[in-house]
Design a protein around this ligand. Structure first.
Ligand code: F6R
Length: 613
């Protein structure tokens, strides 16, 4: 939540930072602002709304350029999305400008101390205290010391960048539980909340740890601890290229990312699945971690939102094929439920961003209680990737649309790899069944490619139901999570619709009371062990004149008479059906939202990376 960019270098700074900020807009978009150090001192411009509103304002009334700047797109936590509350925030004399992502939990206390000392505040944000705190300390000490001193006073989370009128060649930055990276280019350097911001300028990145402080000049970063002790860290080169952060001709990132899924699943499998030798492997650290699990191991999967739904699919996979007991918890609940953790517990975090605050806090809690930790994560160097004992990267490339699509199917693919690896090691499956599942996994990109061929049919069905305002999504067993995910996708990107996902067998325990003529119910009913049961649930809805949209497997002639609208997907093992079914569910949400004129990539009130609890 919130996007931060800082820049020092020779390029025209306004254009450079706004371009980078645009690539972070998915992180928050209720207001945006920029502070540039130029011949007039620190010039600040802020606008409510999307970054385009800020860009338009600068187009109409240009800001004089410079070579050092910070900018920010906001997702409001403290204070409404107004111009006054938009970042950057300045000190009393406008000699400092601060952008911040996170929450300063003790801001009220700090603010009253600063007010007592005569500081004048202009906003209701927690962030403004940082500017005034630094100003206060800078009365007595050099700016770098004042910055460190101020950081030590903050409780809560922060990724913060500081620009000073008195430091025309250096920015200052630091992080604690909120993401901030450094991009190192040719005689230029960036701060950014995430890698896509800097792709196109550089792929050399320095990942920061919590409580590290950076002085950033055009020649690169100088890292220290909060106590000023020098740290040394080399830049790593990220594999993502700039095309991944552009729409490449698609009207929305979401549609582009839906179409990328055959390739992204392939990437998740790459170097891990050897189809010729029918062998699975992982990098050395992860393999060692898995090979050392106890025979009595228990897994607790923690995640939020879409990643949680992937975790639910993983529960079915792991319990069916490895007999390891699995609990799946929302990270925001796990932290407070007093779970029994011990040496034989592995807590598995699933997260696209690797920065979700509740997931990160759950991992830290699990470690503190002596559990082992593993993460399935998309972003290299993210906070969660660095916190866990072992990693399974999904390698799906940057996901820019707020609604998660390719990350979800890659997470399930990673869970399938994990399941089949452990099933083989523990000899839990009959060899023929293991081989069938292995072959199915190897062919998954192909099945997903074929599922994308449903696009035209899905678009037509979406057109038929686009005016409905309530939907149920139902499925059973492996496709119960598909129902939850399908409903989440729709309500997330089409906020004029309410959609609810249920286990199909739960309908008669309450929700069925709402069904009336024409009420749309999306059934995820591929070929499976519970197929007949789902058919009975379809008939229960039809008996009440609900309209059944059914996602079924190809080669199922009987399904036609149960469906008002039918979408057919390639037939796979039940084990893989949530991945293949995800494609028409995502496309359906996309086309219904499009028909309703919704802002698909940036739905209201949402932000991609939820770095506050
Ligand atoms: C939904 C969506 C969110 C995320 C959730 C977890 O489309 O994107 O529900 O899945 O915020 O985020 P990560 O995976 O980054 O931890």
């Amino acid at each position: 939540m919130c996007g931060i960019v800082g820049y020092v270098g020779k390029a025209p700074v306004v254009e450079t930072v706004l371009e980078a900020l645009r690539r972070l807009e998915y992180r928050g978009y209720d207001s945006a602002g920029i502070a540039v150090l130029n011949g007039r001192g620190i010039e600040v411009r802020k606008r409510v709304g999307k970054i385009e509103a800020l860009v338009e304002s600068i187009r109409r009334q240009p800001i004089r350029d410079g070579h050092i700047a910070v900018c920010h797109s906001r997702w409001a936590t403290h204070g409404e999305p107004t111009e006054a509350n938009a970042h950057p925030h300045t000190d009393c004399k406008q000699t400092l400008a601060v952008v911040h992502n996170g929450i300063v939990e003790n801001y009220a206390e700090l603010k009253s101390q600063l007010l007592a000392k005569g500081h004048r505040f202009r906003s209701q944000t927690d962030t403004e205290v940082i500017a005034h705190l630094v100003e206060e300390y800078a009365k007595r000490e050099p700016l770098d010391c004042a910055f460190r001193h101020a950081l030590k006073e903050l409780r809560g989370s922060y990724a913060v960048c500081l620009l000073s009128k008195h430091e025309p060649h250096r920015l200052f930055g630091a992080k604690n539980s909120s993401p901030l990276i450094v991009g190192v280019g040719k005689r230029e350097a960036f701060f950014a909340s995430d890698v896509p911001a800097i792709l196109g300028r550089t792929r050399r990145v320095v990942y920061l740890n919590d409580h590290e402080v950076v002085e950033l000049s055009a020649s690169g970063p100088r890292l220290t601890t909060l106590d000023g002790k020098r740290l040394h860290r080399k830049a790593t080169t990220v594999a993502w290229d700039v095309a991944a952060a552009r729409k490449e001709g698609y009207p929305h990132f979401m549609l582009k990312e839906i179409h990328e899924q055959p390739a992204t699943i392939e990437q998740t499998l790459f170097n891990r699945l050897d189809a010729g030798k029918r062998r699975l492997t992982f990098d050395r650290r992860t393999k060692q971690f898995l090979d050392r699990l106890s025979p009595n191991e228990k897994f607790i999967v923690i995640a939020c939102g879409t990643a949680y739904h992937a975790g639910l699919v993983g529960e079915y996979m792991l319990e069916e094929c490895t007999r390891i007991p699995v609990d799946v918890d929302l990270a925001s609940e796990f932290r407070y439920r007093g779970a029994q953790l011990g040496r034989d517990t592995t807590v598995i975090a699933i997260t696209q961003s690797g920065e979700t605050a509740d997931t990160l806090a759950s991992i830290q809690m699990a470690k503190a209680h002596g559990a082992k930790t593993l993460a399935i994560c998309n972003v290299m160097g993210s906070s969660i990737a660095r916190a866990v004992d072992a990693m399974l990267y999904t390698h799906a490339g940057p996901e820019i649309a707020v609604a998660s699509t390719k990350a979800y199917t890659s997470q399930i693919t990673a869970l399938a790899l994990l399941t089949l690896y452990l099933a083989k090691r523990r000899a839990c499956l009959p060899p023929a069944q293991w081989r069938r599942l292995f072959d199915g996994l190897a062919k998954l990109p192909e099945a997903v490619q074929r599922a994308l061929e449903t696009e035209r049919a899905v678009k037509a069905v979406a057109g038929e139901y686009a005016r409905a305002r309530n939907f149920y999504y139902l499925g059973r067993r492996y496709n119960y999570p598909s129902a939850l995910e399908g409903a989440l996708k729709l309500k997330e990107i089409c906020p004029v619709i309410h959609a609810e996902g249920y286990a199909a067998g739960e309908m008669k325990h309450g929700p069925i009371s709402l069904i009336r003529k024409g009420w749309p119910v999306m059934f995820v009913a591929p070929h499976s062990s519970v197929y007949e049961k789902v058919i009975s649930n379809i008939e229960e809805v039809r008996a009440r004149k609900g309209a059944c949209i059914v996602i079924a497997s190809e080669g199922d002639p009987a399904i036609k008479r149960h469906a008002d609208s039918l979408i057919t997907i390639p037939r796979t093992e039940e084990f893989f059906s949530p991945v293949v079914a995800a494609i028409p569910l995502q496309l359906f949400a996309y086309y219904v939202a499009d028909a309703n004129g919704c802002d698909i990539d940036q739905p209201p009130n949402l932000a991609k990376s939820v770095t506050v609890e």
